[in-house]
Ligand binder design. Structure first.
Ligand SMILES: [Zn+2]
Length: 420
């Protein structure tokens, strides 16, 4: 079989080369995305324009770029062209360790199997690895993925393995956590605190200490505490501006919800936003209720960032993917432009990666082309409740570093009849 396969591959490569030669002779652009409605909040662009890509970078954003200049042209008429989406809360430390929850386990998701089909070019794993097993995560996942994978490392040295491992205060070391972050600047972009059930504040204070030493944010999944720890103290005393409360619309017993019994967003939650605490949707399999989100949205308390909390449980229930989650917010009244902003330039700002989340000339060419489908749709929360909606996002094309990595309807491809 091997010689045949090699011959087939060689033949295919020749065909591919001739197809890519169908465009201009010495093209200035590798790919031209034409006539799409570009939403690039960082550059205040919200208009029908063309986007030119060459050498893996954005090289031109302008009206009426001549298609003869491009090797490949994708017609995005009627579609939205946006920066590649960033998911600041996912779980992608997949592996084969038994009973290891989201740290080298099969509850986590292989990044490329999920990212590109929903317009994502950057996934941030939050807490899968701690300082002890980050190198394994890097070698096993980060280095092997085409998706850009970044990490918030867990304040627990062994990472998010569930059970007693995550309750072990003696494995929460600010110094060693900071040491690991300093070794991988820009890849480890934050620190995660999650699932601690005790009465102590130590997981939070140690994470904040490490964050202060390394100038990265802390993300807190406040979990469940019996009796509940004070959410007000967390938001107003312990977290710094730029730190993140994830699962903002959760309604689990053991954590104070942001919307009180009378349906009002609590005053201290508004105060926290004013002082710069970041609120992240973090949908997940148990952390997003319309009962919380709808009244909060009606009062103007929107998410700063709309993340998935991706794992095999959430992707196969109400969350599904980032576009389904973003669509929920559109159907709760958030304009498309703001939804895009939250998962591009705002997400990049939160993780302190200003090189990402925009289509500036010179930026790495991470682009998503999205369709806003109109029709009758249903969106389900973690309690099983449904919201009816009339708009739903779908990803037509994803480009990562200038390469087409997802093309739902072949918009960047020639007709087969034109191929030799
Ligand atoms: Zn999570």
């Amino acid at each position: 079989m091997r010689p045949f396969r090699l011959r087939f591959c060689a033949l295919f490569c020749v065909i591919a080369a001739s197809v890519s030669g169908l465009g201009a002779q010495n093209p200035e652009l590798d790919l031209l995305i034409k006539n799409g409605h570009v939403i690039d909040p960082k550059n205040a662009i919200d208009a029908v324009l063309d986007v030119g890509i060459a050498g893996g970078k954005i090289t031109r954003v302008a009206a009426n770029i001549n298609p003869a200049l491009a090797r490949r042209v994708a017609d995005a008429t009627g579609l939205y062209v946006v920066p590649g989406l960033i998911d600041i809360h996912s779980h992608v430390f997949y592996g084969t360790e038994k009973d290891a929850y989201l740290s080298n386990s099969d509850t986590a998701v292989q990044p490329d199997s999920h990212s590109f089909r929903s317009g994502q070019t950057t996934l941030v794993d939050v807490g899968g690895a701690g300082w002890r097993n980050f190198l394994q995560f890097k070698e096993q996942v980060i280095d092997r993925s085409r998706t850009r994978v970044l990490a918030f490392i867990n304040i627990v040295g062994s990472g998010m393995k569930g059970g007693p491992v995550e309750q072990n205060l003696s494995d929460m070391d600010a110094k060693l956590t900071a040491m690991r972050i300093r070794e991988y600047p820009g890849v480890i972009v934050g620190i995660k605190v999650a699932h601690y059930r005790g009465a102590e504040w130590d997981p939070v204070t140690r994470a904040v200490d490490a964050g202060r030493e390394t100038n990265v944010p802390v993300m807190v999944d406040f979990g469940t505490h019996t009796p509940p720890l004070s959410l007000e103290d967390l938001l107003l005393k312990y977290l710094r501006p730029g730190d993140i409360l994830t699962h903002m619309y959760s309604g689990v017993s053991g954590r104070v919800p942001i919307v009180d019994e009378s349906g009002k967003v609590r005053p201290f939650v508004w105060e926290a936003r004013k002082r710069g605490v970041i609120f992240d949707a973090g949908h997940g399999g148990g952390s997003f209720l319309f009962r919380q989100a709808v009244p909060a949205m009606a009062q103007g308390f929107r998410p700063d960032v709309i993340s998935t909390d991706l794992h095999t449980g959430s992707m196969n229930s109400g969350m599904k993917d980032i576009l389904n989650t973003m669509s929920k917010f559109m159907n709760m009244g958030m304009p498309l432009q703001d939804v895009i902003k939250s998962n591009t330039v705002k997400a990049a700002e939160v993780i302190k990666r200003p090189d990402l989340g925009h289509l500036s000339v010179g930026a790495e060419a991470d682009v998503a082309v999205l369709n806003v489908r109109k029709g009758t749709f249903g969106f389900v929360d973690v309690g099983g409740g449904k919201l009816a909606g009339d708009r739903k996002l779908e990803c037509e094309l994803t480009v990562k570093g200038g390469q087409v990595v997802w093309d739902l309807n072949g918009m960047s491809r020639p007709m087969w009849t034109e191929m030799r």
